[in-house]
Write a protein that binds this ligand. Structure first.
Ligand code: GAP
Length: 442
């Protein structure tokens, strides 16, 4: 498959089959904002649930949190985002286009013929100016007298400002972590590549609070755990790699950082960042709020400001990663079969129930089975069209199992289970279907 066409095919499949739609499409769309359709919302929720389970439910040392999007504006002054969360921008006075100063060499001038900004004689580029990526709004009934608040550009700050509340209410001891999943907003200058870089997105972030001096060890430990999580999600290990940040790449809060990158059809790109944030955030919030944020270590009878190791992944970006990694096309009996080969546990539909024909009590038996297994799994009932077409429709949305009720079912109470990837079929007892699926949906 040509590299460029893979993304075109994926975007088209996502729209056609109800994974992702452009936001406000009937009004011409809103730039780099996307909506999740019936299958997309299930897929993304399954990914978020997997993350939540691994980070919160399966561990004794991490607590969950759901902080508000809107926070006191001083949070963003203390965090350094008001001053430092900026991109350098260049405007063209002729065509009014705007480019990131560090990407002019890759950008296209809107004037024809196609050239880079600055290469036409009529181009009039300004000096770079810093542009803050935070969205602002006004809180209060009167715009003029209301106070400016920001839509959070990362969920992490909601964790820092609640660190003492969580510590005291949960009776945790350091080392411990706080995890949350939530929306974040960035007025990105060069968004794109479908849901890869958007202006509204969801983050799955965890801040792990450790004793100063233990940060490097925990940083390495979390690097290992997070890479393992992506591999267990079924992603091709050959398409995952580390990108260590050199000094000039480090975010304003980071002492050290590694990105986990995935090889998308449009190249290697970050899907998660692991950051050693030291005590940057807690010390700034302590200073700005005037509230002591130190931890009292009872055993050692000492107080200190914890260091923080952060793991920060984008739920939308990982959804795109899962889609891109799962998508394939194969030739089967002279036809092209499109498949989303998801890990069964993240597939939006786990099983389809298909009566072979709409007669001879097959629909009744199929409906009974469907009502039974839907109590436990997300299922789909399909009685429309030739069985081969129905299998293909399920392959295209990544359904791992198709259960067919046929002429034999009435006589021996068995059904066929057809596997998405191998297309092989097993014959099993109808009353064994739930157990059969439970064993395989991992
Ligand atoms: N709290 C640290 C932080 O926000 P980041 O590297 O800026 O670090 C972390 O972002 C992750 O959030 C990225 O690896 C990516 O998965 C996701 N992310 C960041 N900006 C995004 C955007 N504009 N659209 C979609 N996902 C984004």
């Amino acid at each position: 498959m040509a590299q460029t066409s893979v993304m075109d095919k994926l975007v088209s499949l996502c729209k056609r089959r109800g994974f992702v739609f452009q936001s406000s499409e009937i009004y011409g769309g809103l730039g780099s904002v996307w909506d999740y359709g019936p299958l997309g919302v299930e897929l993304k929720r399954n990914i978020k649930d997997r993350w939540w389970h691994a980070m919160v439910r399966a561990r004794d040392d991490i607590e969950g949190l759901d902080a508000a999007i809107l926070m006191h504006p001083k949070v963003w002054e203390a965090s350094g985002h008001v001053a430092g969360f900026t991109d350098p921008l260049i405007d063209c006075k002729t065509c009014k286009a705007r480019f990131r100063a560090d990407q002019v060499g890759d950008a296209a001038c809107p004037q024809k013929p196609s050239k880079h900004p600055g290469e036409h004689t009529t181009c009039a580029l300004t000096e770079p100016r810093m542009f803050n990526l935070m969205f602002k709004t006004v809180m209060g009934p009167v715009e003029e007298s209301g106070s400016v608040v920001y839509l959070r550009p990362e969920t992490a700050q909601g964790i820092y400002i609640n660190y003492l509340n969580v510590l005291q209410s949960s009776r945790q001891k350091i080392p411990f972590g706080i995890a949350q999943i939530g929306k974040a907003f960035r007025n990105e200058i060069t968004p794109g590549n479908f849901i890869f870089r958007t202006r509204e997105f969801e983050q799955m972030e965890m801040q792990f609070f450790v004793k100063p001096g233990d940060d490097t060890e925990w940083f390495e430990r979390w690097r290992g755990l997070r890479m393992a999580w992506h591999q267990e999600l079924g992603l091709n290990p050959d398409k995952l790699r580390w990108h260590p940040h050199v000094e000039s790449e480090l975010a304003h809060y980071a002492r050290a950082a590694y990105d986990i990158e995935y090889e998308f059809p449009f190249g290697w790109n970050e899907i998660e960042g692991i950051h050693n944030r030291g005590d940057f955030d807690l010390s700034n919030h302590q200073k700005a709020s005037g509230k002591k944020l130190e931890y009292f270590d009872q055993a050692a009878n000492t107080r200190y400001l914890p260091n923080v190791v952060e793991t920060s992944a984008g739920a939308d970006r990982i959804t795109l990663t899962v889609l891109a990694d799962a998508f394939r096309e194969e030739e089967v009996e002279g036809e092209t079969r499109a498949v989303l080969g998801f890990l069964p546990s993240v597939a939006p539909i786990k099983a389809a129930v298909l009566p072979l024909v709409n007669k001879d009590a097959m629909p009744e038996m199929a409906t009974e089975l469907f009502n039974d297994i839907r109590k436990k799994f997300s299922c789909f009932y399909d009685d429309g069209g030739a069985i081969g077409r129905r299998y293909r429709r399920m392959d295209e949305v990544g359904t791992p199992f198709c259960i067919t009720i046929d002429g034999q079912t009435a006589t021996d109470q068995t059904v066929t289970v057809r596997h998405r990837d191998s297309m092989a079929q097993d014959r099993i007892a109808i009353d064994a279907v739930t157990r059969y699926l439970s064993e395989r949906l991992v």
